[in-house]
Design a protein. Structure first.
Length: 153
């Protein structure tokens, strides 16, 4: 599943509705129910339509990855940076203009996301941040999105 785009059902619904609005195929209720920004510039609108179509093309929607503690798209991961005692929890999935149903999101294509893919609980990885610094991150926990244990406060 790591080479396909993983989406929550809510993200899939939002992107499908946005695409319908952008292409003019949305009904009045869909247009009224969503506060998508109006994109006047034809090239920008076309670029957005292409991006959404690319995301939706081979998307895996809500299909839970195995509950094996391995970080991959569709998993809610808890990480610790370096020696910091604090942890951070987020979904490895598409980060496209919004969080995913209230859960912070990290793209698997980002430097941090790429570093975490395939990590097992307790494993430390390094990655290069956009500023050029090499950082370390440890995977504390990885559970499939949507499980009770994956709920983020």
């Amino acid at each position: 599943m790591t080479n396909r785009t993983w989406l929550t059902p809510g993200t899939h619904e939002r992107l499908t509705a946005e695409l319908a609005v952008l292409t003019g195929t949305a009904d009045y209720e869909t247009r009224a129910a969503h506060g998508f920004p109006v994109i006047e510039d034809k090239d920008a609108r076309e670029a957005r339509v292409n991006r959404i179509q690319e995301i939706l093309k081979d998307a895996v929607i809500g299909e839970a990855p195995p509950d094996d503690g391995v970080a991959e798209p569709g998993m809610v991961v808890t990480v610790r940076y370096g020696t910091d005692p604090e942890t951070e929890t987020f979904l490895l999935g598409v980060r496209d203009r919004a969080d995913s149903d209230g859960v912070p999101v990290c793209s698997p294509e980002s430097p941090l996301g790429r570093a975490l893919i395939g990590a097992v609980q307790g494993e430390e990885r390094t990655y290069t941040a956009p500023n050029g610094r090499t950082l370390s991150v440890s995977l504390v926990r990885a559970v499939p999105y949507g499980t009770v244990a994956a709920e983020v406060p």
